[in-house]
Design a protein around this ligand. Structure first.
Ligand code: ZN
Length: 241
């Protein structure tokens, strides 16, 4: 099976449409969406609609959850909280209901899908490096765990000798190893590369690739500013910070 993996779209319509355009050439069998469809960006309704059309294997992100449950936004910084309340009033009843159906984890093939961390899916822990993943491998039995949340690509290979961070962007998966993989963020990359990030997993051949696509960052930023959302949420798209 060939899976296209999307994560942290964050209501960025320009980035999502550029990624989906590119994905058309990739002979995709199924889409996986690792949550945070909304929050930060100015196109939440369009983002939810596009994701629903893909009929993906999808899990709930912390921003999706905060739109549904006000209390969850208390843990957010001021700008993120503003964006959550703005998003709440710019989403249809139907889209909110869709977010409400999303589970915290999904298992498919030999893949475990979760937004933040497999050990405590609803606690929204950040896995930022190989060391942070060590205790996480006991929380799933599959060979692969796909995560999002940090917005930074990370491929960790676990063997009997411990975890190693792989450089990517393309890695061949060893059958005697297990992996935790973050393919980065579609709509708000934070690894210093402003291009939209997404992943391609070929589960038959055992290959994972992190792909990057240029998109109209200026238009996405402009949309955020015109919507009255905090300007920083648009400005940071320019340099992928
Ligand atoms: Zn996110």
């Amino acid at each position: 099976m060939r899976y296209v993996i999307l994560s942290d779209i964050h209501a960025n319509h320009e980035a999502l449409t550029a990624v989906l355009e590119r994905a058309k050439d990739l002979e995709v069998d199924r889409y996986i969406c690792l949550g945070d469809i909304v929050g930060y960006g100015a196109s939440p309704e369009a983002a939810v609609e596009l994701v629903r059309e893909l009929d993906p294997i999808v899990v709930l992100g912390n921003h999706d959850s905060a739109v549904l449950n006000e209390k969850e936004a208390f843990a957010f910084n001021l700008q993120a909280r503003d964006a959550v309340s703005w998003t709440r009033s710019h989403l249809s009843e139907e889209s909110r209901a869709y977010l409400g159906t999303l589970p915290l984890v999904r298992r498919v093939d030999s893949v475990f899908c979760v937004h933040a961390s497999p050990l405590r899916p609803g606690k929204w822990t950040y896995l930022l490096n190989a060391a942070a993943t060590v205790n996480q491998f006991s929380a799933f039995t599959e060979q692969l765990c796909l995560v999002g949340h940090s917005h930074c690509p990370l491929i960790v290979k676990m063997t009997e000798y411990g975890p190693t961070e792989l450089r990517g962007p393309t890695e061949w998966l060893a059958s005697d190893a297990r992996y935790i993989i973050n393919i980065g963020s579609v709509g708000q990359p934070r690894d210093g590369d402003p291009r939209a990030a997404f992943g391609l997993l070929d589960s038959d051949d055992g290959v994972i690739t992190v792909l990057r696509v240029e998109y109209d960052v200026a238009a996405a930023r402009e949309r955020i500013i015109s919507a009255g959302l905090p300007a920083i949420l648009g400005d940071r798209l320019l340099d992928g910070s």
